[in-house]
Ligand binder design. Sequence first.
Ligand code: HEC
Length: 128
Amino acid sequence: MKKIIISTLTLAVLLLVNSPASAEGDAVKGKKIANKCKACHTLKKGGKNKVGPNLWNIVDRGIAEIEGFKYSKAFKAKKGTMKWDETTLNTFIKKPRKWEKKTKMTFPGIRKDAKRADLIAYLKTLKD
Ligand code: HEC
């Protein structure tokens, strides 16, 4: 009996450790979440700027780099100083106005960690 309990516990622990859900997001789910962004952003290569700049190749792109888009003063001031790596994107999308009080992006944010992970997994696919 003891043996069975121990092996069941071991199995449970192994399943937890190997669960892929936590670290890496699911790009397929992320694609649906990205519909929220499409109200203001195009996601295709060469897509036009709408209320917000085109988001093709956004992961690891420098901030405020899209020509012809009128960024906020706050974003322009950061140009050349940072890029949208996964960590920064994650913090920004969680609560844009908390990351930069004066951003023009009037989007409340996505509070659920798992949803942001899925979304970022999808954003990572938007490149050649
Ligand atoms: C209500 C419109 C709106 C929505 C919805 C929106 N954004 Fe934005 N976004 C903007 C605007 C406007 C800017 C420019 C911000 C600035 O200049 O301060 C921006 C900027 C950005 C930037 C910085 C781009 C750059 O070139 O530096 C990223 C990244 C971004 N948005 C991601 C997202 C994602 C991901 C979503 C969906 C979860 C989203 N946005 C939803 C309006 C929006």
